[in-house]
Ligand binder design. Structure first.
Ligand SMILES: NC(=O)c1ccc[n+]([C@@H]2O[C@H](COP(=O)([O-])OP(=O)(O)OC[C@H]3O[C@@H](n4cnc5c(N)ncnc54)[C@H](OP(=O)(O)O)[C@@H]3O)[C@@H](O)[C@H]2O)c1
Length: 297
């Protein structure tokens, strides 16, 4: 039986991956939350791998508090850089195939067109820098790893922009949302489906493992600002809340966000043959999951 280890299993992506196990009755999933496996603890990582002997590891564990990372630099690097490397080294030792997740924040801002995997990096904050170092350490330790850089992740699980807007939209008549940060939202369910489909493709021989080694991008299709995204949330749910566009300078945050971080996903689509849903369809699906819209078959 194929064995799949999910790290960071209490997070948005980790939970979405675990939910999908029902679709793979012949695979054994082990969902390790932070309390079960601290990826910053190399000996704990080793113990879990020795006990479970996974064929695949999906490393969704990460320090994701983007603003707090500006103060907690050591912790961010211990998890996102050293922790990611711990996982990659143990994968190498056990012959485990690794999927590791990263972020659009690693790139130089201002390129002004959808970003490619080989575009220059220049992380603006601690979180972004720690994630970039993680990607580099993972690939240096394990060249067969798949590093998937994603953006603006949300889910029916955990805390995210969609759930914050749903709450605020019902508490207030008006909201101000930035319109000068452009990117693409990613429904974690879709990234989870895409990941497990790649594993299926590798196992069936449809995709060669070597073709999905290295850095890839995955987000939903399309482009929007956070303002557009907020408007879509209210339009689709019928929540009546006025949204005004503001500049990032009117909503300062400790860590700077990129102004344009749309990811070009051509490399992923070519390597896997997968199609990716548009962000509006994805949002609709998540809102259905949250019970805001009728479920559609
Ligand atoms: N969320 C986004 O908008 C976004 C955007 C781009 C890329 N990404 C990347 O996508 C991946 C998945 O993100 P996500 O949205 O699912 O994040 P998330 O919801 O914050 O989940 C991350 C999980 O990792 C756990 N964790 C933290 N430190 C750990 C450690 N030392 N050992 C084991 N687990 C640990 C967290 O537990 P605690 O909650 O207990 O700390 C949390 O359950 C991450 O690599 C992230 O960097 C996310």
């Amino acid at each position: 039986m194929l064995k799949i280890l999910i790290t960071g299993a209490g997070g948005q992506l980790g939970r979405e991956l675990h939910v999908l196990k029902a679709a793979y009755p012949n695979w054994e999933f082990r969902a390790a939350g932070r309390a079960d496996l601290d990826i910053a603890d190399a000996s704990a990582v080793q113990q879990v791998f020795e006990a479970f002997q996974p064929d695949y590891c999906l490393n969704t564990a990460a320090y994701t508090a983007v603003d707090r990372a500006e103060e907690e630099t050591d912790q961010a690097f211990a998890i996102n850089a050293a922790g990611a490397e711990n996982i990659a080294k143990v994968c190498l030792a056990h012959g485990t195939r690794l999927f590791h997740y990263s972020t659009d924040y690693v790139y130089k801002d201002g390129i002004g067109r959808p970003l490619r995997e080989d575009d220059p990096t220049a992380p603006a904050g601690v979180y972004a820098a720690s994630k970039l170092e993680g990607d580099q350490r993972v690939l240096a330790a394990l060249s067969t790893a798949t590093v998937i850089r994603t953006s603006w992740v949300y889910s029916s699980f955990g805390h995210n922009f969609v759930k914050t807007m749903l709450r605020l939209g019902q508490e207030r008549d008006q909201l101000r949302v930035v319109f000068d940060q452009i990117g693409t939202p990613t429904y974690a369910r879709h990234l989870a489906v895409a990941t497990l489909s790649v594993i299926e493709q590798i196992e069936s021989g449809k995709t060669q493992s070597a073709d999905v080694a290295g850095v890839f991008h995955y987000s939903n299709e399309g482009v929007c600002s956070w303002y557009d995204f907020a408007r879509a949330i209210f339009e689709l749910t019928g929540i009546s809340c006025d949204v005004s566009p503001i500049e990032s300078s009117e909503y300062p945050t400790p860590a700077k966000r990129p102004s344009f971080s749309v990811l070009n996903k051509a490399k992923f689509k070519t390597a896997t043959g997968q199609t990716i849903p548009h962000w509006r369809e994805a949002l609709q699906e998540c809102l259905q999951e949250l019970g805001y819209l009728e479920q559609q078959d």
